[in-house]
Design a protein around this ligand. Structure first.
Ligand code: HEM
Length: 453
């Protein structure tokens, strides 16, 4: 158990270096396969399966289930369960369903009790913050008109259309300024389409989630790294959106390499290539991972390559010209997407990160989500910005399947529950996040509980 005095920081650094357990949750095993290798979603799922005691089945709390027969019947799509097979899906199961009917459905597939304790610090007590809020949100949703969802569809469809027109124009035009402006508009439209498509990757199978792949990246990979990893375990050692950037950028408080001082420069150089690098990593997996092609490669992995083909066909330029222009658009889009993403909501000295000292070693899952996120008042004030800058982030984390257009209606009930349970919902500005993300990249010491807490 961590000592609760000034020697905590020393203890935390020692525990972090040993890599046997989490630091903030020392009762948890250090995640298998976390460091090294490709650090990709497949490796993350394999490591999680080694730690979760699911015995090749699906684990929810302390019971094991066999959903093989249910896969194709799952209203959310078979993919979610197919990906998560062999792991503990308690958190994902809880936050992806507001309808209590799922509890009864799952019971039909019970096999036996798990043999090991859960390797997670999160609880879902019936009278706790998250379960109570979830019941109230389910009631509140009944009052929101279904037409609200059109607002988000309109934005992503508009962005997609803008991308198609501006990318073709950047190849067709000969005037320097028209080329430059259309190239910049296309890059921004690609980045924003990818952010907006994120709204749809969290839902049941739908066509707009495939727009994510226009970036060359894979929505299927993102469902793991973002929805099943980052969303449910934010800023812990199991968060792949933290470990996936290491050792290039380390946002958790740890001893940092000397190059951490140059994080701004490193991000500027690396971010433009991440869309392409994710594509290459996934493609290479076909050669280095047995069965990857049949288990993970899908028709939608080629969607990203349709954009240069479209630019070539629509503009009538040479394929070489279309390809080079598309590379510029893809790299600029990648830079914009990752700059928005890394400065959005999670990297700030006042936000929980593994290493920080905690009062309790288990925590209501919803309370933890709010400890690991902060919202931006200058993003949440406008729905277009919400859709294109990962806005309304706290509510989105708590209820990821809900269309972003519905979230603003939930604030009264959400804030009431935060007050009642003294949940730590916080707001700051986009500028503060930009500076704070860079501060986190050099921050070595964890936060220690102050005496009054
Ligand atoms: C990795 C775990 C899981 C994920 C990520 C997941 C995801 C989803 C998603 C995205 C939806 C659509 C939600 C919506 O449109 O509002 C959904 C619906 C549903 N899922 Fe799952 N699911 C998971 C596990 C399960 C399990 C284990 C069961 C039960 C055996 C289940 C039963 C259902 C049912 C019954 C619905 C329809 C709910 C309704 O009509 O409101 N899911 N799921």
């Amino acid at each position: 158990m961590a000592p609760k005095d000034s020697s905590y920081i020393e203890w935390a650094h020692k525990t972090a270096a040993e890599k046997k357990t989490h630091v903030s949750f020392p009762q948890l095993k250090y995640p298998s396969l976390r460091d090294g290798g490709l650090r990709d979603p497949v490796q993350w799922l394999e490591g999680k399966a080694m730690d979760d005691g699911a015995e090749g089945l699906w684990r929810i709390r302390n019971s094991l289930y066999d959903f093989s027969e249910f896969l194709e019947k799952h209203p959310g799509g078979a993919e979610w369960l197919e990906l998560a097979k062999g792991t503990d899906i308690t958190e994902a199961f809880e936050c992806h369903h507001l309808n209590p009917v799922v509890e009864k459905v799952k019971d039909k597939y019970y096999v036996r009790d798990a043999k090991t304790p859960r390797n997670s610090p999160f609880t879902f007590e019936e009278d706790g913050f998250y379960s109570t809020l979830k019941r109230s949100v389910a009631e509140e949703l009944k009052k929101i008109p279904a037409s609200e969802r059109k607002r988000s569809s309109l934005i992503i469809d508009g962005l997609f259309g803008t991308l198609l027109i501006s990318s073709a124009l950047s190849c067709w035009a000969t005037n320097y300024w028209v080329v430059m402006v259309s190239y910049l508009v296309a890059s921004l439209a690609l980045a924003w389409t990818t952010v907006a498509a994120h709204n749809y990757i969290h839902m049941k199978t739908n066509w707009r989630m495939y727009l994510f792949n226009l970036s060359l990246w894979s929505y299927r990979d993102f469902r793991v790294s973002h929805a099943l990893s980052h969303h449910v375990y934010p800023n812990t050692l199991i968060d792949l959106e933290i470990s996936g950037f290491e050792p290039i950028v380390t946002w958790i408080p740890r001893k940092k390499p000397a190059f951490a001082k140059f994080t701004l420069l490193i991000e500027t150089v690396v971010f433009p290539f991440l869309f392409i690098l994710n594509f290459i990593k996934r493609f290479i997996s076909n050669f280095i991972r047995k069965g990857f092609f049949t288990r993970h490669y899908r028709w939608h992995d080629v969607i990203g390559l349709l954009l240069p083909v479209w630019m070539y066909l629509a503009s009538g330029c040479t394929f070489y010209h279309a390809f080079i222009t598309w590379l510029w658009i893809n790299c600029t889009g990648s830079f914009i997407f990752f700059t928005i993403g890394s400065n959005a909501a999670h990297h700030h000295p006042n936000i929980f990160k593994d290493g920080d000292q905690l009062k309790e070693k288990t925590i209501d899952w919803g309370m933890h989500e709010l400890e690991a996120v902060m919202d931006r008042n200058d993003i949440n004030d406008n729905f277009f910005k919400v859709m294109t800058f990962f806005g309304d982030h706290a509510l989105h984390h708590l209820f990821p399947t809900l269309d972003h257009a519905l979230l603003r209606h939930l604030y009264p009930v959400f804030l009431k529950h935060c007050e009642q349970f003294r949940a730590n919902y916080r707001l700051t500005s986009q500028y503060d996040f930009f500076i704070s993300q860079l501060r986190m990249a050099v921050k070595e010491d964890p936060n220690v509980l102050d005496e009054s807490s």
